[in-house]
Design a protein around this ligand. Structure first.
Ligand code: CA
Length: 225
């Protein structure tokens, strides 16, 4: 999963970032409204963790921005304010959930996973795509009941492809989704090819159909037919 945490409290921001990164996600962070809008205009995220009280304005502006740009990020408000008004306002203008500080990181993670599942896979813990079965909680994959041993990146990649099945996905979008800011360090997208090649081989080894098609000069497509 790729997350953005918008939070001006440094210790909390770092805690959350480390927690999610340590769990195999990509978690980027910023501490003010300006940087947040900047990031959101350049990148896509699965989930945004949004503090309301920011030094240069109100976090609600992020919700307005996402709505105006018709962006699809799930948003969980994390705020010290516990007024019903704030909560209703946030949920009314597009937040998916609201968590009052202080909270346990495990609680935050459970909310993130729930919101992501609800938004992307209609709340199912098990995602089925023909002969491929994915357990979203255990992060395990089976093809016709045979387990497939995927690395984290391969697993995230498979999930990303299935969530976007039938669409042509650019290499840039894949890199951005799976590597976040890190991808700026690469000169080109050749590194993606290796991961895709390995994922494809592992699926073919257990007799899955060959869904992954390379679209010359653009990227890849996970064939839905
Ligand atoms: Ca704050």
């Amino acid at each position: 999963m790729k997350l953005l945490i918008i939070e001006d409290e440094q210790a909390l921001r770092e805690n959350i970032t480390n927690y999610f990164n340590g769990d195999g996600n990509i978690c980027e962070s910023c501490s003010c409204l300006t940087d947040a809008i900047n990031k959101l205009s350049n990148y896509n995220y699965d989930c945004v963790l949004l503090d309301i009280g920011l030094p240069d304005g109100d976090g609600f502006a992020v919700l307005d921005y996402l709505k105006a740009q018709m962006k699809n990020e799930a948003v969980i408000i994390i705020s010290a304010r516990n007024s019903l008004d704030d909560k209703l306002k946030g949920l009314n203008i597009g937040a998916d959930d609201y968590l009052t500080k202080p909270f346990h990181l495990a609680e935050l993670k459970a909310r993130v996973v729930a919101v992501y599942r609800r938004k992307t896979f209609n709340s199912n813990n098990k995602l089925l795509f023909n002969e491929i079965s994915i357990n979203l909680l255990g992060r395990t994959v089976e093809v016709n009941k045979a387990p497939v041993n995927l690395t984290r990146k391969e697993y995230d990649m498979l999930l990303y492809f299935i969530a976007n099945k039938g669409k042509v996905i650019s290499k840039n979008a894949i890199a951005e989704h799976l590597w976040g800011d890190e991808m700026d360090m690469h000169d080109n997208f050749d590194f993606i090819y290796t991961h895709i090649k390995n994922l494809r081989k592992k699926l073919l080894d257990v007799n899955a159909n060959d869904y992954l098609k390379s679209i010359y000069g653009i990227g890849y497509k996970f064939n839905a037919e």
